[in-house]
Design a protein around this ligand. Structure first.
Ligand code: ZN
Length: 187
């Protein structure tokens, strides 16, 4: 069994790409509950990433949408959410669309936005290719080792890390959806 016996873990930041300070700030605003400020910050980051064709753009739009929802601005939030999901669709990133879509439906339902939750749920049903949900790979297959616990926030940008949302790079490493840092779990 693989163990990092006697291995001195390098600083987590060593794994991180250059983290934009604006992203760290946006995550900070979100964490302290300044949802308006966070929304504005994520909107700027999302637009910038989209213009560059960056891989983080859909995640940043979704985060901008969550911030607007948490600020009580459902219509603005839904605009960003639809756009973020549409970017995944345009890029044919089906597993990411499935994962983030399901989480979005749950968040909307939690916020009492039943109509909006239904809209996204219907959209996902209509758009996702007809493959079994288990093939989307967020769950461990039978016989596969359970995924390790991840830190709740990214060591690079401070963004929220959810095991059911992130892309796993290997058995113990996931990628932060917001900055691309490698986030390592503990077994
Ligand atoms: Zn990050």
């Amino acid at each position: 069994m693989f163990r990092r016996r006697g291995f001195v873990r390098p600083l987590r930041r060593a794994f991180a790409p250059d983290i934009p300070p604006a992203l760290q700030r946006a995550n900070e605003l979100m964490a302290i509950g300044n949802y308006n400020g966070a929304a504005v910050a994520f909107e700027g980051l999302a637009r910038g990433a989209e213009v560059r064709g960056g891989p983080r753009a859909p995640h940043l739009y979704l985060q901008a949408g969550r911030a607007r929802l948490l600020a009580g601005q459902a219509a603005a939030g839904m605009g960003h959410i639809r756009h973020g999901l549409a970017l995944f669709e345009a890029r044919q990133q089906w597993p990411a669309l499935h994962r983030t879509g399901q989480l979005t439906v749950a968040l909307l339902a939690e916020r009492g936005l039943a109509k909006e939750a239904q809209e996204i749920s219907d959209y996902l049903k209509a758009i996702l290719p007809p493959v079994p949900v288990s093939d989307f790979g967020s769950q461990a297959a039978p016989g596969e080792r359970a995924k390790p616990l991840l830190p709740t926030t990214c060591p690079g940008c401070g963004g929220p890390i959810r095991a059911d949302e992130v892309e796993w790079v290997d058995e113990v490493t996931a990628e932060c959806p917001y900055c691309g840092s490698a986030v390592r779990g503990e077994n």
